[in-house]
Design a binder for this molecule. Structure first.
Ligand code: G3H
Ligand code: 13P
Ligand code: ZN
Length: 322
């Protein structure tokens, strides 16, 4: 089937109490690992491309890789989404260039400016059959060149969401409830430590989520910064020459709980990066004589696939929903 928008996916996810996985793609192995897992688990998927991914791999290469995934998995519903579109021009370029969904992220602007920019993107996107995700509230962490310190992050104000959605006409809304981008989501000072010495982050603000969902009945909510930062991959990296002390993510039980609510899209990128990096570091430690990229990218792709399978089945609840 051709690329789809997220409209049907979100309708079913909302009513079914599960969320669609939105995974960032930057190269062939990542596209293959994700889509092979989704095809085997019969799970609809959102492949998303950041500004940084377009700068790294080139828009055309990424679109063609996704088209290749469609050819190889003809029954799999795939949406191609711009992640954190910084401005109208980038959104327009992706809308004109074959994407079925774009995010305009003007969440760092004052409310009225955010409304104005988002509305402009929505008008152009809808005229071209493309859906739009917008954002209210600010997540901590790093996205492209924007770095938000933990202290500068701000939860979404639920009293703003109805006005924002009705004034902009956006199709889904990313909210800030305590998730954060990257592999270091919380400072040690924000966490407690469990008996193994692993940092335990503060719980997500489900009160904010539930207030938003109450005010927007039937409307799809999106969570960014939702990697769980699997400790087995952090350990693998650290055991093989890496240095990632105190990398910590969102506990998967909390993401599972969010997926049962109005949250219809959960963004996961850092976990895939950890799986790839850990696998490659460990490969080189064990095989210092090897130099064929296919030999180290193959196990990296296989581990991305298994990680995505786990997310679909155990966290998002979207396996079998295609
Ligand atoms: O939210 C950001 C995503 O993880 C994409 O990261 O900007 O490094 O491609 P990137
Ligand atoms: P993570 O860094 O938690 O994987 O978040 C990814 C994301 O939100 C992409 O937009
Ligand atoms: Zn994000």
């Amino acid at each position: 089937m051709p690329l789809v928008t997220t409209t049907e996916m979100f309708k079913k996810a909302y009513n079914g109490g599960y969320a669609i996985g939105a995974f960032n793609v930057n190269n062939m192995e990542i596209v293959q690992g994700i889509t092979e897992a989704c095809a085997e688990e019969n799970a609809p998927v959102i492949l998303q491309v950041s500004k940084g991914a377009r700068a790294y791999a080139n828009h055309n290469y990424l679109v063609k890789l996704v088209e290749a995934a469609i050819l190889c998995n003809p029954d799999l519903p795939i949406a191609l989404h711009l992640d954190h579109g910084p401005d109208f021009e980038t959104c327009k370029s992706c809308i004109d260039g074959g994407f079925t969904s774009v995010m305009i992220d003007a969440s760092s602007r004052p409310f009225d400016e955010n409304v104005e920019i988002t509305k402009k993107v929505v008008e152009y996107a809808h005229a071209h059959g493309v859906v739009v995700e917008a954002e209210l509230g600010t997540l901590a962490g790093i996205e492209d060149e924007v770095k938000v310190a933990a202290g500068d992050a701000s939860y979404t104000h639920p009293e703003e969401v109805e006005e924002f959605v009705s004034r902009t006409g956006c199709d889904s809304l990313a909210i800030a409830i305590g998730t954060s981008h990257g592999a270091y989501k919380f400072t040690a000072a924000q966490c407690t430590r469990n008996e193994k010495g692993i940092l335990v982050p503060p719980p997500l603000r489900f009160d904010v989520l539930h207030e938003c969902e109450k005010r927007l009945p039937g409307f799809p909510i999106v969570l960014h910064g939702s990697s769980s930062v699997p400790q087995e991959y952090v350990k693998m990296i650290n055991d093989h020459g890496g240095k990632m002390p105190d990398a910590v993510g969102i506990p998967e039980e909390q993401l599972r709980e969010a997926a049962r609510s109005a949250v219809c899209k959960i963004n996961i990128d850092s976990d895939l990066r950890l799986a790839m990096t850990g696998t490659i570091r460990s490969f080189f430690d064990e095989h210092p004589d090897k130099f064929d990229p296919r030999e180290y990218l193959k196990p990296a792709r296989a581990n991305i696939k298994e990680l995505v399978r786990h997310k679909l089945v155990d966290v998002l609840g979207c396996a079998g929903k295609a």
